[in-house]
Design a protein around this ligand. Structure first.
Ligand code: SF4
Ligand code: SF4
Length: 307
């Protein structure tokens, strides 16, 4: 807007992609994660992430994937981060909690005071299964029940935020009204509860973009995002206060730049081994057309709507 490019202002959150392995293969996945993906963050990179989070005094280490829980060093990494008193959030797809060997994961999360953000793109079964696969709704509800059972969604120290994304090429409805719908429907149908609903926008990358192209809808969707540009979202954009670490230690301004293979640039260090908080805190962000997904309507961040 001012011709000077977009600049970050701090590193409040370090978002860490533990790998692209996932037990699901959702049609909207911008990272094209799946059970066949072999990219996984190893322990040496995790040690560097730990050092970086401490040196930048991050207020949150946000673990994502793929399904981060499938990384063989997941529990060791979370336990080590928590020992260092770093707050940890895990982005869970819920269904992974029903995979063999994950029976104790809800207790592990609770014991380590891990905060949770869980994908549930609708309160209706047909909409969830259309995006995320057959049987996913039923498993997701079972997983939320398990999490409620250990205190998630009730105890203020154990937040369980649900994440909505649209079922196609349109913008999310207003977050607070949709939260009320989720609360009512999930409460009445299953007696389950959650902390907050976060709405996000589909970013035209990965499988979602492939689907747009297949249905000849890419141009219309890009037009919608650009027409919906809201200047009030810019101050809160997640790249302005967070940094993403890829499974191999490469640094990105956000998870979408990671999906595009666009590392941090404009002279700032682009790998965790050369992490320098001072240079990265106020770096110039690498932007592109996909950024219009973050600035459309009420805006998009990992914490939901921006305005
Ligand atoms: S959207 Fe999430 S749960 Fe679905 S395939 Fe991608 S990483 Fe896995
Ligand atoms: S897509 Fe663009 S605007 Fe959105 S977080 Fe990434 S760099 Fe920032």
């Amino acid at each position: 807007m001012n011709g000077e490019g977009l600049h970050s202002v701090r590193i409040e959150t370090l978002q860490v992609n533990l790998g692209l392995l996932c037990n699901q293969r959702c049609v909207h996945c911008h990272l094209e994660a799946s059970p066949q993906r072999g990219e996984i963050m190893g322990w040496p990179v995790m040690e560097l992430v730990l050092k970086a989070a401490k040196s930048a005094r991050c207020q949150m280490v946000d673990l994502t994937g793929g399904a981060p829980e499938l990384n063989p060093n997941f529990r060791r990494f979370v336990a080590t981060l928590r020992q260092e008193r770093l707050p940890v959030q895990v982005r869970t797809n819920l269904t992974v909690l029903l995979e063999p060997g994950m029976e104790e994961m809800p207790d592990f999360f609770r014991d380590h005071e891990v905060q949770l953000a869980a994908s549930l793109p609708c309160y209706l079964e047909e909409n969830v299964c259309a995006q995320r696969g057959k049987g996913v709704y039923e498993k997701s509800i079972a997983a939320i029940k398990r999490l409620n059972g250990v205190g998630y969604g009730f105890d203020p120290e154990l937040p369980l935020n649900l994440v909505y994304n649209p079922g196609g090429p349109f913008l999310p409805p207003p977050q607070s009204a949709l939260e009320q719908d989720y609360r009512r429907e999930l409460g009445q149908r299953f007696n389950i509860t959650f902390t907050r609903l976060l709405t996000i926008t589909n970013v035209p990358l990965g499988r979602f973009r492939t689907e747009l192209i297949r249905k000849k809808g890419e141009e219309d969707y890009m037009h919608l995002l650009q027409e919906s540009f809201n200047p009030n979202t810019v101050k809160g954009l997640m790249c302005c206060h967070q940094l993403s670490v890829g499974w191999d230690g490469t640094l990105y301004d956000c998870d979408f730049n990671l999906a595009l293979g666009l590392p941090v640039n404009h002279g700032a260090p682009d790998h965790i081994r050369s992490f320098k908080p001072k240079e990265l805190r106020t770096r110039r962000v690498v932007t592109g057309e996909h950024c219009f997904a973050c600035t459309a309507g009420a805006g998009y961040s990992c914490g939901g709507a921006l305005v």
